[in-house]
Design a protein. Structure first.
Length: 67
């Protein structure tokens, strides 16, 4: 018994891969932004800091003993 041979595939030249890729990247970006904002709000990363002004000592830096 012989095989019928290779099957031919019809192509229309149209593909949906770029549309799916764009949709996937959009969903990924939106999900990442929502996760970032949620983590900052619930994790306390966006909360006001206890020490607002570091002062002149920290702003100017510490001098090393060799200077």
């Amino acid at each position: 018994m012989t095989s019928p041979g290779p099957r031919t595939v019809r192509t229309t030249g149209e593909t949906r891969a770029p549309a799916y890729r764009l949709a996937g990247l959009t969903i990924l970006a939106v999900t990442a932004a929502v996760a970032l904002i949620t983590a900052l709000l619930f994790g306390g990363g966006a909360a006001e800091q206890l020490l607002q002004d570091p002062g002149a000592l920290c702003a100017g830096g510490f001098r090393s003993p060799g200077r």
